[in-house]
Structure formats: C-alpha cells, structure tokens
Design a protein around this ligand. Structure first.
Ligand SMILES: [Zn+2]
Length: 441
C-alpha cells in the first residue's frame, strides 16, 4: 500500500513547514516534493503532522499493592493509538527469582495483544551483582535500558547505591541506559502515602544528586524518570554541568496539576509517586522544557479506578499510586504548551518523539519524519477545541485527572507503520498488530 499525504504542515524537532509525504508500505519513502501516480492520497490541509509519539514510561497490567493497574496491553494500547502514541515503552516485572531474560520473554507474551508498537525497560527489582551476566544477555533480546528504584525499601524494590554502581558499569559496557526512580528512601515517610508531606521534594533532590555522582564516575548514561520538582531539576542540571551524562523526564501531571488537588473531596484519586507539587515547581519544569533541558515528557501511565482507590481513602500508606495519561499526553501538551505560547511546535516533536526515541535506541526508526523511518504520524487540527471527559476516553479507568479541561488541538488521525490506527474518532487497529521494537544498532 502507498499513501501520498499533501497539504499539511510537517513538524519535526528542527523544522516546521509544508511538505508532501510519500509513504510506501510501512515506511516514509520521501519527504518534500513527492508525487506518485498510483498512490491513495490524503489531504492534510489545515493540519499539523507530528512524528508519532514515543511514550517512554507506561505501566500496563502492573501488579501493585495486591491489585493491577487498570489498563492491560490491549486497552492501554487502544488509548495510546487514540492519543497519537505509536510506540510505548513498558517495563518487565523484576523479581529476585526471575532472570532478566526470562522476565523479558514473559512480558513479550503479555504485550502481544497491543495495537501499536512497544519496547521494554528491564526492571531491576531484587537484582544482585551475582546476576551481572543478565545485563549483556538481555541486550541480545533488544533491551538495553534498566530501571532502578532508590525508594521503596519497604517492598524490597530499592537497589542499594553499591549494587547500582556495579550495574551502571555493566550497562555502560553494553552502551545502554540506567533509568532511575530518584527518591531518597531515608527522606520519605513510608507510612504517609504518596503525598507531598510524606515524600518531599528534598528526597528527589538528594537522590538525583547521588545518581549524578554515580553517573559521572561510571560514565553510564542515566535517565532520571518523572522529575517533579524545581529542586530535583536543579540537582539534575548541576550534575550535568559537572559532567554527569544525565537525561531527564517529567510527566504531564507535574506540568498541569498541583498539590492543591489533595484538599478536594476526591483528592485521594490523585495519588501518584512522586506526588504533585507547587505552582513554582510547575513553572520551573515548563521553563526547562522550552530550553530543551529535558529529553522527554512521558506519562508514567499507571491508572487505577475509583473502586481500586476509594477503599484506601483513610489508609494512605496502602493506596495504589498512579495516574492515567497516555491518551491525553499529546493533546494536553499541545494545548497547554503550544497553545499558550510556552513551547514551539518543534519543541513538542523533540520532547514527545525525537528525545525519547534517541534516549532509548529507537531513533530514527521511531520519532522521526524522514525517509526510511517508520510511517508513524499524527495529524492534529490545531484549531479544533474539545473538553476532556473520562467517559469519552479509551482507557479502562473511570476518572481523568484532567476532567473538564478544555483543550485546543484535536487528533484527527494516526498512522502506525503506514496503517491508519485511528481516524475521526474511531479506532481502526486490530489487536496484535503492534510489534516489539528492539533497541536499534
Ligand atoms: Zn513509573
């Protein structure tokens, strides 16, 4: 199948302008003055064409606190398709008794129902330096990023700084990335739940400073997940200027919500780790995005329904922590970022597509609009306005933290490897068409 797309404005990290795109099979064949006699054509007049979004941080079907995150790989990937996310990166499930290659194989079979493409980070839970051989072994399976927690010693998920250093040396050897959940455990009140009074920004700042020193000394590229605070951000920037190879991510909820929601009657639904912070933190994060000091905005999509959260209203230490986000990432960032003038459209192509694709070895197969890249494209009508209601979304969760938000910019179509997976409000993708995308090169 071939498709000629004309009349649209193509947005990449370095250029915004009119271009004709010629898609042949699963890939972009030509960009520019393309023409083709036999192709189907799509008139993108008045639309912006972004590279497909790479959401580098989602948790579908995650067992946690005696339950499971509400979206599995099917519903989660439907939500992704509708949100212009053509590649998501989920996590294997780390366990002291399960080798990393075995964990990758298990997760691959769970993800098989996905409607869009995906990749994995190897979660390092209960991992010990005796298992060093597993790091090059999963490289052979196409996985080269490894997720560590500096928090959660209570549930055994924390990696000690000593073990982290050993792992980082091995990850550097294979040209991979250490991804870190940076909260210093000793500065967290384990009983207080996922709220700012129990998990202060200080714990983030200290953990990022520690990780920065290890990254500088081991030369291991290190990606700090879900930066929530101005002080965490400045710890990242100072470590980077001291020579640490640090990459950074923030999430839409830290940009669009603040801690005032916790005093609402339904405030417990906003439980997320790290917690939401102040307006000043938000502003610092937005400024860093405009200067492209972070590599990605990713969602940490980990939704729980009201029925899953409500019973723990009075037991904050046991409430499942996490928010939905994969379906609303691009529309919200487009509206609040580009619509308000805080970001240029090209910044969005960097933060949502090119930056994460480069960080995790998927570039330029993913995250690019250029010849030979996968034809993953999102068509946005920049003038259309709509209002977010959980009931209209495809995620398997009955509330949205952004309920009632009015959004300017609407996704009208999504191509994944040359195939329409979403068009005019309808999902067209069949389960199982998504593919595992290994780290390239
Ligand atoms: Zn996460």
């Amino acid at each position: 199948m071939s498709l000629l797309i004309h009349g649209g404005i193509v947005v990449t990290s370095h250029r915004v302008g009119p271009a004709t795109l010629y898609v042949e099979g699963e890939r972009i064949a030509r960009v520019g003055k393309a023409s083709a006699k036999s192709a189907e054509t799509f008139n993108a007049n008045g639309l912006l064409i972004f590279p497909g979004v790479v959401d580098a941080h989602v948790h579908f079907a995650l067992p946690v606190a005696g339950t499971r995150s509400a979206d599995d790989f099917h519903t989660g990937s439907l939500a992704a398709a509708a949100g212009g996310v053509t590649t998501f990166i989920d996590f294997t499930l780390g366990h002291p008794e399960v080798s990393l290659p075995e964990a990758v194989e298990r997760r691959l079979s769970e993800a098989r129902v996905s409607v869009v493409d995906y990749s994995f980070h190897a979660e390092m839970v209960g991992w010990r330096p005796e298992r060093l051989w597993e790091i090059p072994a999963v490289r052979e399976l196409g996985v080269r990023s490894f997720k560590f927690y500096l928090a959660y010693s209570d549930s055994g998920r924390r990696t000690s700084l000593g073990d982290l250093k050993v792992a980082m040396e091995a990850i550097r050897e294979i040209g991979g990335v250490a991804m870190v959940h940076a909260e210093a455990d000793e500065l967290v009140d384990q009983k207080g739940g996922p709220f700012p009074w129990a998990r202060p920004a200080l714990s983030e700042e200290v953990a990022i400073a520690e990780v920065g020193i290890l990254a500088r000394r081991t030369h291991c590229t290190t990606y700090v997940a879900h930066i929530s605070s101005a002080s965490g951000l400045s710890a990242l920037l100072s470590a980077r200027s001291a020579g640490a190879p640090l990459l950074g991510e923030t999430c839409p909820h830290y940009l669009l919500l603040d801690e005032s929601v916790y005093s609402r009657p339904d405030g417990h639904l906003f439980s997320v780790t790290p917690p939401l912070r102040t307006r000043e933190d938000q502003e610092a994060l937005w400024r860093s995005l405009a200067r492209r000091r972070l590599q990605a905005v990713a969602t940490d999509h980990c939704p729980f329904t009201r029925a899953q959260k409500d019973p723990y209203r009075e037991h904050p230490e046991r409430i499942p922590s996490g928010l939905p986000g994969v379906e609303t990432l691009l529309p919200l960032l487009f509206s609040a970022g580009v619509g308000s003038g805080r970001l240029r459209p090209s910044d969005l192509a960097w933060l949502l597509s090119e930056g994460p694709a480069r960080a995790f070895g998927l570039w330029p197969k993913k995250g690019a609009v250029q010849p030979n890249s996968d034809a993953d494209l999102v068509f946005i009508d920049p003038k259309a306005t709509w209002t977010i209601h959980a009931k209209d979304l495809h995620m398997a969760v009955d509330f949205s933290p952004y309920e009632g938000f009015s959004v300017r910019g609407k996704i009208v179509g999504v191509l994944s490897r040359g195939e329409w997976v979403y068009r005019d409000g309808e999902i067209l993708a069949r389960p199982g068409r998504g593919k595992f995308i290994p780290w390239q090169k």
